[in-house]
Design a protein around this ligand. Structure first.
Ligand code: GLC
Length: 424
């Protein structure tokens, strides 16, 4: 009898517990949402924390990250694969500011899901960028502009009282500091780290060199290739000259994380990178020994390329309404603030630039207006769905020059390739 009583207690407990195991307070039939996008550890941590907040506030929905490859191109290939297959299990996707036109055909129009009041809070230029085929393809999540990171302790030590204002100064300071540090015994020390791997990040770096040299954009306003000119060639040859002198030979295979790794080790004086690196560096023992400033200028001024990521709902999603709710939540003021304070990522909502906690965590945000004045846009609107191919032809030509190819020939071939792509 005693035994039976225990059995009954156990059975009742099991019955009471079952619903909790089956989704807890979600009632067991919560909608499950997949979010394709965040890949690296840091991005993943920030996003997982945001999803936990969302899931808690929306017990009828359980959202999770479907991690994607870290490599940029592989990520776009994966998106194209799952979207072209019309996979109903793909709900929300993190898309690059230059992908909105290329992915628009697969996007749910988010306009009916965002009030005009809320939409009006986002930077109008990004909303415009994200509008394609008459749809709001993505809600602006965070925006990106590159910074020049520099070791303020080393600049002071070598007698420089200001960061480099132009490329000549950058070269001069980078080589002097590199020489001095190597003489002290750090043979692995370099002057300047950037992104030279053949991928979208090289398109950003190269366009910054080209525009600052006065060499125009990748496509002109009419949509014709405009990078085969003497200024652009000079800019790319200058960068080629850094390799093996002030930049490590491996830089032609580096993305943002690779540059970050050398910087984090304390083995480089200057680095070009996006704003995420600020909070990352603050957490290291370089925290008090670095500053950021705008990218060096050339005859064409300073030319930071606009980056950033948007939230797109797949039109094949089984749960469009829930996915749109998640997109709205992630891009809300409150969530953008957390991302800015913890991950130093630039908000897409103007009013957040007056927030004292944000300005404390990422002081460079105070200059965001002037950065936006200088900002250069990749021609993804003009090239439309062809942008990824155009960009590939461009970075291929630049990479050829960086790795020793003849500049004139590489640019002429790149131009011919772009013409071919645009006429297909
Ligand atoms: C950053 C930018 C993005 C750019 C990419 C290139 O993630 O936000 O716009 O395309 O870097 O690597």
């Amino acid at each position: 009898m005693q035994k039976h009583r225990w059995l009954i207690v156990w059975a009742v407990a099991l019955l009471l517990l079952l619903p909790a195991c089956d989704g807890g307070d979600t009632g067991g039939d919560a909608v499950s949402l997949s979010f394709y996008g965040p890949s690296t550890g840091r991005e993943l941590d920030l996003t997982n924390a945001a999803l936990r907040r969302f899931n808690q506030a929306n017990p009828d929905i359980q959202a999770h990250v479907s991690p994607t490859p870290r490599l940029y191109q592989e990520r776009l290939d994966l998106y194209n694969e799952v979207l072209q297959g019309g996979d109903p299990g793909v709900d929300l996707l993190q898309i690059d500011v230059v992908w909105t036109k290329a992915l628009a055909v697969h996007a749910l129009d988010l306009k009916p899901y965002v009030s005009s009041d809320q939409l009006g809070r986002y930077f109008a230029t990004i909303v415009e960028n994200n509008t394609a085929d008459g749809k709001l393809v993505g809600i602006p999540w965070f925006t990106d502009a590159p910074l020049l990171y520099y070791r303020s302790d080393l600049l002071a030590e070598y007698g420089y009282d200001h960061p480099p204002g132009d490329w000549d100064e950058l070269e001069e300071m980078a080589s002097a500091i590199q020489k001095g540090e190597r003489e002290k015994g750090n043979l692995g020390f370099w002057g300047y780290a950037w992104q030279g791997r053949p991928y979208e990040g090289l398109t950003c770096n190269a366009l910054e060199w080209q525009v600052s040299q006065g060499g125009g954009n990748i496509l002109d306003e009419q949509g014709n290739p405009s990078f085969n000119n003497a200024e652009a060639a000079a800019a790319f040859q200058r960068a080629a000259g850094w390799i093996g002198t002030i930049s490590p030979p491996q830089v032609t295979d580096w993305d943002e994380e690779d540059a970050m790794a050398l910087w984090r080790r304390g083995d480089v004086a200057f680095m070009r990178n996006w704003s995420f690196g600020y909070s990352e560096t603050k957490k290291t023992n370089l925290g008090d020994d670095f500053e950021v400033t705008s990218l060096p200028a050339g005859p064409g001024g300073t030319a930071p390329v606009l980056g950033g990521w948007q939230l797109m709902v797949s039109k094949y999603s089984r749960h469009p309404e829930a996915a749109a709710r998640l997109a709205r939540f992630l891009a809300s003021e409150a969530e953008q603030k957390i991302r800015a304070v913890e991950g130093s990522q630039n908000p897409t909502i103007n009013s957040l630039y007056g927030d004292t906690e944000i300005l404390k965590a990422m002081p460079f945000a105070a200059n965001f207006d002037s950065t936006m004045n200088d900002v250069v846009r990749r021609p993804s609107t003009i090239a439309g769905t062809k942008y990824p191919q155009v960009s590939e032809a461009y970075w291929t030509a630049v990479h050829t020059i960086l790795t020793g190819g003849d500049a004139q020939q590489a640019l002429a071939e790149g131009e011919a390739r772009v013409k071919e792509i645009l006429s297909e």
